[in-house]
Design a protein around this ligand. Structure first.
Ligand code: ADP
Ligand code: MG
Length: 231
């Protein structure tokens, strides 16, 4: 039940030769572990999250989740694996505008084999936990930015994924809403006992998690800021 990243590297081909974005990333995370990743723009944070989320493949190294190497799976097996084990929260909520809140949270269940009644019960429970029990029938356009991102959290968790990946989940929110969403990410992680990786620019967000690392020159460096350094 672990995420093991071993010697992961990623190059992008360019006209002037390969651009090394990720040089050497090694990491082991278990259920209940949470990691905040910071780093300058362009340092490869999204690239890393995309690879861990199996949306992109590595150039070097190995990733296994629960002992499975997702990149060895067929296209169809990989889609099932990703749906079942990985939840994503992006900077933009990516909610379907024509669907209401409850329907949006249920989208990942459309290709799952769990009983619809169980899915709906869990969707309602998650929406209650993120404070949206009174908004089930609202469409995304009828929600605030913070509320939309809280729907996206519930959607990411609906199938109880082992691995939750959040890429700048508070990047579009004001400070108060960012704090609420970051707190909820942390609370839900504790309740669900998943592996959580949050990429953020904000130390306010990162400091809520037990471990922080910085991505620099293609490698992860553990950082722990002394309280005096907190702005
Ligand atoms: P971050 O999320 O930390 O801002 P990214 O992972 O998005 O950084 O990008 C890291 C670097 O990789 C950037 O320099 C970017 O220009 C480059 N890059 C990202 N995607 C591609 C691609 N598909 N082809 C070539 N270069 C890319
Ligand atoms: Mg990014």
């Amino acid at each position: 039940m672990t995420l093991v990243v071993d010697g992961l590297g990623k190059d992008y081909p360019t006209r002037s030769g390969p651009l090394v974005v990720l040089r050497e990333i090694s990491l082991t995370l278990r259920p209940g572990d949470a990691l905040a990743i910071m780093g300058p723009s362009g340092s490869g944070k999204s690239t890393l999250l995309h690879i861990l989320g199996t949306l992109d493949s590595p150039t070097r190294g190995r990733v296994t989740l629960q002992g499975v190497d997702p990149f060895a799976l067929s296209h169809r097996e990989l889609a099932t694996f990703r749906n079942r084990h990985i939840g994503f929260v992006f900077q933009d909520h990516h909610l379907l505008p024509q669907c209401n809140v409850l329907e949006n949270v249920l989208v990942p269940t459309l290709v799952s084999d769990r009983a619809p009644a169980d899915n709906e019960r869990r969707a309602r429970l998650l929406l209650e936990r993120v404070g949206l029990a009174q908004r089930l029938e609202h469409r995304p356009a009828e929600l605030s930015g913070g509320e939309r991102q809280r729907v996206a959290l519930a959607r990411a968790l609906i199938l109880q994924p082992l691995l939750v990946l959040a890429d700048e989940p508070t990047g579009n929110l004001d400070a108060d809403n960012a704090a609420t969403v970051a707190d909820l990410l942390w609370e839900l992680h504790c309740q669900e006992n998943n592996i959580l990786i949050v990429v953020t620019h904000s130390w306010e967000v990162a400091r809520r998690f037990p471990r922080q690392a910085e991505l620099r020159q293609g490698t992860l460096h553990d950082v722990s800021y002394a309280p005096k350094n907190i702005p």
